[in-house]
Ligand binder design. Structure first.
Ligand SMILES: Nc1ncnc2c1ncn2[C@@H]1O[C@H](COP(=O)(O)OP(=O)(O)OP(=O)(O)O)[C@@H](O)[C@H]1O
Ligand SMILES: [Mg+2]
Length: 245
């Protein structure tokens, strides 16, 4: 529990019983995480810091890297975007070709791979492009899988995403679902999320959706949040003991 009584960013007092989280944490077994916020809110930036910590803890990490921004060799948009820490960057066809030759790079306990789609249009074609990669990662188990920009393909991969969220915890898979709005994460998947980090949600319908999964107080707290601030909602109390300062 935090000793601080008000937010250092917005100076609003914390309600009683609210903890202040100052850094990412190592997800618990079966923890399913979702990061939400409009474009530019800092979801990917936050997830990159989180990945660096997970890599430091020797977790294998894979990211469906729709924006080509999670590996040091990705596209930094002319220096305007801070790239992520992943050691390997493979396009989806390169990933599948390399896997057919040998799965050793996937089984590597220190794997840190950005998997970059070559289909750029959002929708079903992107989902079908990604599907075989998920089968490979799900077969591996014991890893973190980041699904960035899920609003672009999530609706067409509902059953595969549901496996990651609802069934593969026992195989050690920890999913992170990133989306600009809650509806970008299919409902049956969202219902499996245990931990939701959310930046300002301008639309009342989005806040209502989150209130129904993470509580009315959480939903209300998402209005008029300062920039770079995420509130965290939990749907399962056993995941609540997370390091704070
Ligand atoms: N806490 C932060 N400190 C400094 N820069 C940040 C921070 N958060 C985000 N940024 C910068 O702001 C820009 C937008 O952040 P980011 O790419 O993480 O947004 P996003 O929520 O992932 O948006 P999108 O949905 O479009 O992918 C980036 O250039 C990023 O480096
Ligand atoms: Mg992003």
């Amino acid at each position: 529990m935090s000793e601080a009584t008000c937010c250092r960013t917005c100076h609003r007092p914390f309600p009683r019983g609210v903890a202040r989280f100052v850094r990412p944490w190592l997800p618990r077994p079966y923890e399913v995480l979702m990061l939400l916020g409009m474009t530019g809110s800092g979801k990917s930036f936050l997830f990159k810091q989180w990945l660096a910590m997970l890599m430091g803890a020797n977790r294998a990490v894979f990211v469906l890297d729709v924006g080509d921004e999670y590996a040091a060799t990705g596209n930094n948009r002319g220096g305007t975007l801070q790239l992520g820490p992943l050691r390997t960057r493979l396009t989806v066809p390169e990933f599948l070709a390399q896997w057919r030759k040998s799965s050793a790079f996937i089984r590597d306990p220190r794997a840190a791979v950005a998997i970059v789609p070559t289909v750029t249009d959002a929708g079903e074609a992107l989902a079908e492009h990604i599907r075989p990669v998920l089968r490979v990662l799900y077969g591996r188990g014991r890893c973190v899988i980041g699904f960035d920009e899920l609003q672009k393909y999530g609706a067409w991969l509902e059953s595969d995403l549901y496996r990651a969220a609802g069934e593969l915890g026992k195989d050690g898979v920890t999913p992170f679902f990133l989306s600009q709005y809650p509806g970008g994460v299919p409902e049956i998947v969202r219902k499996q999320v245990s931990t939701c980090l959310c930046a300002d949600m301008g639309k009342a319908s989005d806040r209502r959706m989150l209130a129904s999964d993470f509580g009315e107080d959480f939903g209300r707290s998402l209005q008029d949040l300062p920039a770079r601030t995420f509130h965290i909602g939990f749907s399962r109390s056993q995941f609540a003991s997370i390091p704070t300062r």
